[in-house]
Design a protein around this ligand. Structure first.
Ligand code: ZN
Length: 288
């Protein structure tokens, strides 16, 4: 283990010990995330996309998911991150029904923003937009279910909330970390606005419950609806201009509810990451 000197993020004392210990001056817990460089994820992500294109069948999609999985394993082992602390435990007494409510308004909003987002581009190149929006990841219904309802929620929640959000939060605090990690998550989706808002909601759920299980379930439900919708023939040709009125109605119906939820949750966000809180919980359990 290579020892590096670094400054405590709270009291700025220079420390020389492996990350994942308590500051000898102020006692704050220095997580192993302080040694993590998120920028590498960009390269890994591009590589996984490239594989999906080169091996242009379902095996390619499996391979690109495996690349992302390997990056998670590499990051966790190399930085000595405790995966258990990232993941958290099943919350007791959690109101799972509230997720149904959240997912309905989230999906209506996301679907509503798609025609609006792509409309300006479709005025320049309608063919391209139609191609992007009607393209399916897999022709097999079963494989599509495995990819978007099972694999994507688990991998994406671990990467964007478990790793990237946590790293950013230790650098900039919860609120800025939520916005930046959700924007990155958003631009990688065909519905950037909807996906960014979805990212914000899942980050908040992660902070409130200290477990990735709740965001994964929400993500899975959300993608489950997308999986059901992708079966309908209406998705085969997608004309943003025709859908614009429906799009606006969907946004007008869902946006006030999402704003209400965010205004209620946003001020309640604390300063700690789930990783730090789970660490505290674990230490207490060991102590008593
Ligand atoms: Zn300190």
């Amino acid at each position: 283990m290579k020892l590096k000197s670094f400054k405590c993020y709270k009291c700025s004392t220079t420390l020389i010990f492996p990350l994942g210990n308590y500051c000898s001056n102020c006692g704050v817990y220095i997580t192993p995330f302080h040694g993590l460089h998120v920028r590498w994820f960009g390269i890994v992500f591009l590589f996984s996309i490239l594989i999906g294109y080169v091996v242009s069948n379902d095996i390619g999609i499996y391979m690109s998911n495996i690349v992302l999985g390997c990056w998670i394993i590499f990051v966790v082992i190399r930085n000595r991150i405790s995966f258990i602390l990232v993941f958290g435990a099943i919350p007791r007494g959690y109101n799972w029904f509230s997720l149904v409510f959240l997912v309905i308004f989230g999906v209506v909003f996301s679907v509503g923003t798609i025609p609006l987002t792509w409309y300006p581009i479709s005025r320049i190149d309608p063919e391209l937009v139609n191609e992007i929006l009607s393209e399916t990841i897999s022709d097999s219904r079963v494989n599509l279910f495995i990819f978007i309802v099972l694999m994507a929620p688990v991998l994406e929640e671990i990467i964007f909330r478990g790793i990237i959000f946590t790293r950013f939060s230790l650098k900039w605090g919860n609120k800025k970390a939520i916005l930046v990690s959700s924007l990155i998550f958003g631009i990688l989706h065909v519905d950037p606005i909807g996906a960014t808002v979805f990212g914000v909601l899942t980050c908040i759920l992660y902070i409130r419950t200290n477990t990735l299980i709740v965001p994964i379930v929400l993500h899975s439900m959300n993608n489950g609806i997308a999986w059901l919708l992708s079966n309908s023939s209406e998705m085969q040709s997608f004309n943003p201009e025709e859908l614009l009125p429906v799009s606006l109605v969907a946004i007008v119906l869902s946006l006030p509810v999402l704003i209400f939820i965010l205004r209620r949750w946003w001020p309640l966000l604390g300063h700690n990451t789930p990783y730090q809180l789970n660490k505290q919980q674990n230490d207490l359990r060991e102590y008593f």
